[in-house]
Design a protein around this ligand. Structure first.
Ligand SMILES: [Mg+2]
Length: 370
């Protein structure tokens, strides 16, 4: 196989409602789509870097240049037998995993399409309805949060993830727990606390939470182990797991009991498979996180979630949660049972709506082998 052409598209899309986390508020999504031509098939994927480098060091403008000037040129014209060989070809560039993931995942999609098989099958997954949860941003009051959660439960979501930050934590979690005693609830702190907050965080143990996600530093593993020894609630690591080896280390020192897999955060589908395998071998459950993706990123998340280690509901909500009009057809929908049914068509299995993309496109670039 040979990568024959790469197209980059930068889109600006209005979100249905602002999403607030401990990072700030997102109202508008700027996103890079990558198209990769392989063996006559065109694969597509998205780069989940945010507009500003707040989740990690990457951002949209930087990722665009990274893809255009380094990653695409490194791969264009290169021969490979299988998309698993793509990630190692990008190892010479440090970091920049979201940009790497976008081009690598697009090649996977093209590979699956060229063979006429679904992406989940190419990844070694097996078809099953995927249980999904929903991630709820920080609300103005505990009462407002309870009302939001009520709506999502009625829509079928099976577990609720609450974003928390100092000043918007115990009271909010308590209100949700009081209103819905049996619903699986987890919280995500996005690194908003410090080890000195351990006593405060231990009070979350009263609410029977599935897990607390990334309470401490975005780059920390060691203090999380210290904190985990003081909490009954399992810690899940997100931001601080960049590689499969990070997960091995975290598990070895007891820094987490659950791992969030984000394809973009770890550099693509190959690394996600490796991370999945490391966790599964250690008996640590994984679930698929979300980065407020368009339908294209969502489709990749659905595909990876068909692997057997994904035993906890992920964050891949319906397209309608974030978008009035998604850029794929049909949109990702959540069944009344709170599941997504992986499509059975080739590649990501959803049709890309290029007509809608053309309306929200700000910039594009086409690259061919030199
Ligand atoms: Mg998270």
């Amino acid at each position: 196989m040979r990568l024959e052409r790469v197209r980059l598209h930068v889109l600006r899309m209005r979100m249905k409602e602002p999403f607030r986390t401990s990072f700030g508020v997102e109202e508008e999504k700027r996103v890079i789509l990558v198209e990769a031509d392989v063996e006559g098939a065109v694969g597509v994927a998205e780069c989940v870097a945010m507009v500003e480098p707040l989740y990690n060091e990457e951002w949209v403008e930087g990722a665009f240049l990274m893809l255009r000037d380094f990653l695409a040129p490194a791969l264009l014209g290169a021969d490979f037998d299988h998309p698993r060989e793509v990630a190692p070809k990008l190892d010479f560039i440090r970091g920049n995993r979201m940009a790497k993931s976008a081009i690598e995942s697009a090649i996977w999609d093209a590979y699956a399409k060229a063979r006429g098989i679904p992406l989940w099958e190419a990844l070694g997954g097996s078809w099953r309805p995927i249980p999904v949860g929903i991630s709820v941003g920080i609300q103005p009051s505990p009462e407002a949060l309870v009302r939001k959660v009520e709506g999502y439960l009625a829509a079928g979501y099976r577990r609720v993830k609450l974003k928390i930050a100092p000043g918007a934590d115990l009271e909010y979690v308590a209100a949700v727990r009081r209103a819905f005693p049996d619903v699986p609830v987890m919280v995500d702190a996005n690194s908003a606390y410090r080890l000195a907050d351990a006593d405060h965080l231990a009070r979350l143990d009263d609410y029977d939470l599935m897990m607390i996600e990334q309470p401490l530093g975005h780059d920390d593993i060691v203090w999380h182990a210290r904190l985990q020894s003081r909490l009954r609630t399992p810690i899940c690591l997100d931001e601080s797991i960049h590689t499969p080896e990070d997960a091995e280390k975290a598990i070895a020192i007891g820094a987490c009991r659950v791992v969030n897999v984000k394809i973009g955060r770890v550099g693509g589908l190959e690394r996600s498979l490796e991370l999945h395998d490391v966790c599964r071998a250690a008996g640590v459950p994984v679930w698929c996180g979300g980065m407020l993706e368009t339908g294209i990123g969502r489709a990749h998340n659905v595909a990876i979630t068909t692997l057997p280690g994904f035993t906890l509901p992920g964050d891949t909500a319906a397209s309608s949660r974030y978008w009035d009009e998604d850029i794929i057809e049909p949109p990702v929908v959540v069944t009344p049972e709170g599941t997504i049914l992986p499509p059975k068509g080739p590649g990501i299995g959803y049709e890309v709506r290029w007509d809608r993309i053309a309306r929200v496109r700000e910039a594009e670039a086409e690259l061919v082998p030199s």
